[in-house]
Design a protein around this ligand. Structure first.
Ligand code: ZN
Length: 177
């Protein structure tokens, strides 16, 4: 899913992995033919924790990674798109919810992992439909902290962001996205 490119985007030659900088364990694909360095940037994802009556809106994933597990609505930020806009767009795409951003919950990233996750607090707007399972979603639900203890969370960032929101820890899943 996050594999390094194999061929040069500029001239089509096969790339080789080279150490740049001080860390010998960190390599980047470089084209021996034209010299283009293919920097491997992190992926940025953004999502929304929407609260209503003390419950948070979660969606059950219909895609890997984390198929069948619960996460807040969210997804990858497109280049040129703000994380706030991406969080709201993904929320609408995954469960139909039309929301507004209230503030930042936190930024979640883990050593060796490609994804940086930006998590916001949000509120459902009055004109929003009741959330429903849409793209990439099997099921939607509203959960109290106690109810979250009884479901499988998809990612470590899911547990960490919910912990920041509710001020108490949640069981951390093995996946470290
Ligand atoms: Zn090249």
């Amino acid at each position: 899913m996050y594999a390094h490119p194999v061929f040069c985007t500029q001239c089509g030659q096969r790339l080789e992995e080279r150490t740049l900088g001080l860390d010998p364990g960190k390599t980047v694909p470089v084209c021996a033919s034209c010299g283009t360095v293919h920097w491997i940037d992190p992926k940025v994802a953004a999502g929304c924790l929407i609260l209503r009556d003390g419950k948070v809106l979660l969606v059950k994933r219909a895609i890997e990674p984390g198929y069948g597990k619960w996460v807040f609505p969210g997804g990858h930020v497109d280049r040129g798109e703000t994380p706030e806009a991406a969080a709201l767009r993904e929320t609408r795409e995954e469960c139909g919810a039309v929301a507004t951003i209230d503030g930042l919950v936190g930024l979640y990233s883990y050593p060796g992992r490609p994804v940086i996750v930006v998590v916001y607090r949000g509120t459902l707007l009055p004109e929003s439909p009741e959330p429903f399972p849409a793209d990439e979603t099997l099921e939607v639900g509203w959960f109290t902290p106690g109810q979250i203890d009884g479901i499988d969370l998809a990612f470590r960032s899911t547990a960490d962001a919910l912990a920041a929101l509710f001020g108490r820890p949640f069981r951390t899943p093995p996946s470290e996205l």
